[in-house]
Design a protein around this ligand. Structure first.
Ligand code: HEC
Length: 129
């Protein structure tokens, strides 16, 4: 292989690698959503699959069945029998008790509709949805 060909090949491979490994970063390039998530949710939630904190992992939560994250042991039992579509998520983070009176998710609600939309968008994008 000529040196220039080799350099080109190596460059292509590294670019391909960079693109693949940067995927989560690209998905979360929606900085506004990420910042809002970090501000309002991250103390209790991760978007990594299987990483349950005080609250369940929110990986893939958009359109998922409520109360069904594997390995999360602290569900109140109040979030069941529906799916987390974008509208329900929006309602929940504006006021958790408006979705279920008995939920144990208690936090300072996100009053700003734009921030809520950014968070839901981020939840979607960061799960590759
Ligand atoms: C103070 C900790 C805390 C904060 C902050 C918090 N949550 Fe939660 N969250 C919880 C707990 C605890 C539960 C489990 C509630 C239950 O079972 O009733 C939960 C449950 C959820 C669920 C239901 C998951 C499922 O499997 O059905 C969603 C969705 C959710 N949170 C989204 C958010 C979002 C989005 C934010 C930020 C806007 C947020 N939460 C902020 C503690 C928190």
């Amino acid at each position: 292989m000529r040196r220039s060909t080799m350099i080109r090949t190596v460059t292509r491979v590294s670019i391909a690698f960079l693109c693949t490994s940067a995927l989560p970063l690209v998905a979360s390039a929606d900085d506004k959503g990420q910042v809002a998530f970090n501000t309002h949710c991250r103390n209790c939630h991760s978007i990594e699959k299987g990483e349950n904190r005080l609250g369940p992992s929110l990986f893939g939560i958009v359109d998922a069945e409520a109360g069904a994250v594997a390995g999360y042991a602290n569900y109140s039992g109040a979030l069941q029998g529906f799916r987390w579509d974008a509208a329900t998520l929006d309602k929940f983070i504006a006021d958790p008790k408006s979705v279920s009176l008995n939920t144990t998710m208690v936090f300072p609600p996100v009053a700003d509709a734009e921030q809520r939309a950014a968070i839901v968008g981020y939840l979607k994008a960061s799960s590759g949805q």
